[in-house]
Structure formats: C-alpha cells, structure tokens
Write a protein that binds this ligand. Structure first.
Ligand SMILES: [Fe+2]
Ligand SMILES: [Fe+2]
Length: 291
C-alpha cells in the first residue's frame, strides 16, 4: 500500500504532470503551434478532423463523468485522492480536444450542435453502459469499465493517431502525447487497485465480464462506423501526404494499409490489450459478437 500511496498521490501527480510533461504547454501543445494548412484549407480533411475530434470529446466527457462520479463510492482515501487528480486530467482532455474543434473552425455557439450531430451513436451507447455502473455506485465495475476498458481503448486510439500525425500535424501529436502519458497513469491505477478488490469480491466477476463484452461490442461498432464514414478522407489524406516513408505502429506500416486493414489492426490491438489486462486481474475476457 505504501508504494500505491506515493505512486498515485497528488504530490506525485503535481511533479510528473503539471510541473513535468505539461510544463510550458498551451492546451497540451507548444505555444504558437497551429493546425496545418493542409487540413484547414481542405474541406474534406477538415470535416474529417472535426468528426474524429468530436469522438474524442465524447469519450473524454464520459471519462470526466465517470472519474468524478466514482470518487464518492471509492472504498479508501488514497483512491479518492487519485480519482480527484484523474478528474482534473479528464477535464483537461475535454478542454484541449474542445479547443481543437475551435482551432478547426467550429464556432463556440455551434459546439453542442456539432457534437450532437457528429457523435457516433455506438460511442454514446458505450458511455451509457459505463455510466450506469458509476450511477449505481458500483466501484469495482466502474473502475474496470473506466480505467481498463475506456482508457485501454483511448490509449490505443491515441497512440495510433499520434503515430499518424507526428509528421503531418506536430501540434495535434503533441496534444496527444500528454494525453497518452495521463492515460498510462490511469490504466496503471485501475490494474493496481482493482486486483485486490476483486479478490475480496469474486462474486462480482460475471457482471463485470458481461459489461466488458457489451462495451467491446460498442467499440467494434464505433470503429466500423468511423472507418466507413472516413473512407474518402482517408484516401484524400494519402493523396496530399508529401512523404512516402512508412509510419510504424504495432509492427505494421499504417501509411500503406487499406482502411479495412487499419480497422482490423486497431480492433485487434484494443481487444488484445483488454485480454491481457483483464487476465492480470483474474477476469476472463469475453469476445463480443461482431457488429
Ligand atoms: Fe482522458
Ligand atoms: Fe483517462
């Protein structure tokens, strides 16, 4: 418990995050960095960037509601304090991705309408499964749903986007890098804290496994939807790319994969991570039905 207390303390959070990798950043990136003209001046790519960023805002709003909602059902003081730091991290993620929407030309007065129109219904359903557990004050299920499933998903999606944007959009890649570092801390908390709680309450396992299966189904449906809608922008992005070098991610060259292959790689990566992380907690991964 002593290690747990210092690793997830507010003091450690201050030193590593606001006074560490976020120092001298502005909305998560270096001051003065802007979205590239290749996106801002290309209607197809700008629209696609807005749609993609809306999904990030929806996911992060869910994480904000979940992490703040779990504070009062946490069984110990150290977890409450950690979740308070996570609440601020998630609020920051909501803010920086919302700021990206403004940077991409969304008007402040249109923000909620744009989010409502472009949010994937499958992602909204995914959030609903998690927030129901949080509302019922089911701490163990809530943390598995949030810190293992939602954040495991976010972690892989952000890493893929980071790889894809490093060369063409350093501003967005920098925004993602700080977020990835935050998500790594959140996933670590989930694994460390939930293992011992599940040992005390093994009867909770079947309901948690059922939740994971449902959430995984909605993830696959979200991906299918996103890759189908993004097909044209995907081709356009390839067309305007100036370099032809490989972009490595998960052992593949994602600069030269077809959209269907990308979708498969992303889905496999996310589900493989779940299987490993849930296994460490003594939970059995449930394969979702294909959407
Ligand atoms: Fe987040
Ligand atoms: Fe997070």
């Amino acid at each position: 418990m002593a290690d747990f207390l210092s690793a997830y303390s507010i003091q450690n959070w201050l030193e590593s995050c606001p006074q560490g990798y976020l120092e001298r950043t502005e909305y998560g990136h270096a001051p003065g960095e802007v979205e590239p003209d290749s996106i801002l001046e290309n209607p197809l790519l700008r629209e696609d960037a807005i749609r993609g960023t809306v999904q990030l805002v929806v996911g992060e709003r869910c994480a904000l509601a979940a992490s703040s909602g779990l504070i009062n059902s946490a069984p110990d003081e150290a977890s409450k304090r950690f979740l308070a730091t996570q609440t601020l991290d998630e609020a920051r993620h909501v803010e920086i991705f919302t700021q990206r929407l403004f940077d991409l030309g969304v008007k402040k007065s249109e923000l909620e309408d744009v989010i409502k129109t472009l949010a994937s219904p499958h992602l909204v359903a995914f959030a609903g499964v998690l927030l129901e557990k949080v509302d019922k004050k089911d701490f163990v299920a809530g943390v598995v749903g949030q810190n293992i499933v939602l954040e495991g998903l976010a972690f892989s999606v952000f890493e893929m986007q980071h790889a894809a944007n490093k060369e063409i959009n350093p501003k967005f890649a920098h925004t993602l890098a700080g977020t990835i570092a935050d998500e790594r801390r959140h996933v670590g908390f989930g694994e460390n804290r939930i293992g011992s709680l599940l040992k005390d309450e093994p009867n909770k396992k079947p309901a948690i496994e059922k939740m994971q299966k449902e959430m995984s189904y909605h993830i696959l449906a979200t991906f299918a939807d996103a890759f189908k809608r993004g097909q044209k922008a995907f081709e356009e992005g390839r067309r305007v790319r100036t370099s032809s070098g490989p972009i490595e991610w998960q052992g593949a060259d994602i600069a030269h994969l077809e959209p269907a292959e990308m979708e498969q790689l992303l889905a496999n990566t996310v589900l493989k991570e779940f299987r490993i992380r849930l296994g460490r907690l003594g939970l059995e991964y449930q394969t979702p039905t294909a959407p």
